[in-house]
Design a binder for this molecule. Sequence first.
Ligand code: 8YV
Length: 312
Amino acid sequence: MTKPVVLQIGPYPPVDQDPLDAAFEMLRLHEADDPAAFVARHGPRVRAIASRGALKVPATLIQACPRLELIAVYGVGFDGVDMEAARARGIAVTNTPDVLTEDVADWAMALVLGLWRGLPSAAEWLRAGRWAKDGPHPLGRRVHGARVGLLGLGRIGRAIATRCAAFGMPIAYCDPYVSDAAFARHATPQALAAASDILFVTLAASPETRHVVDAPVLGALGPEGMLVNISRASNVDEDALIAALSGGALGWAALDVFEGEPQLDSRFLDLPNVLLTPHHASATHQTRADMGALMRANLTAHFSGQPLITPV
Ligand code: 8YV
């Protein structure tokens, strides 16, 4: 039987790639020497696109695939997909919610602990022989009890709240679409930041949320505050963030996402008050296998005429 043709635009681990190759004709755009020529040649045969949360599926690519029926994202964020172009053609879009929530929340806490307790530098202190030579590592900053702000109270925000509650942290949030009496609600990101020691950005990115964390929000978080972003870089004004971190208006930032990633603004690397990780929040063997299985389940459901498991 002929396998459905799927255009793959980024790499997957072998645990995901092998079953994809077995079930579908996977065309690897990310390995093409001349991507434009590859799309022009194969676009007319493509029935699905397999993407990743951090990659783009622009209108031009959608238009180059006249038989496209489905865009399956390996990731919960589908902000990289031009949804208007997809909707205009009646193309379905799926993502992989839930399966990565707990890992992303774990990583958010790891970032906070890593930055304020000085975990990477303390480990390096020992390894470099400085304990014996220079004495104890400089003191860190207390994490438990700090006031937490969640900018976005979706699945990931709630999973972070569960962890923060166990750390004895008072929790507040700002979310125009959610109301939860268990936590203090603030009407604006700036009011939330002013009431927080640690502000987690846990928003699904969209054109409306672009740069929602701007200079006034960072200023309200203040010189004793920490920004943590495990969502999308576009939610934060990076120029304002770098200015706030280098000028003392903001204390610290822990970032897993960057504009133009995997490239990043080199000014981040010169800052002493940041902890930077390479979009790693959902990167465990178990979760990536679950994400891959869910993406494949959506592709399989579509091509066998079944309802999609996780349409957006
Ligand atoms: C993944 C993500 O790292 O789920 C998302 O939206 O950004 C991350 O979980 C990414 O999708 C893998 O490309």
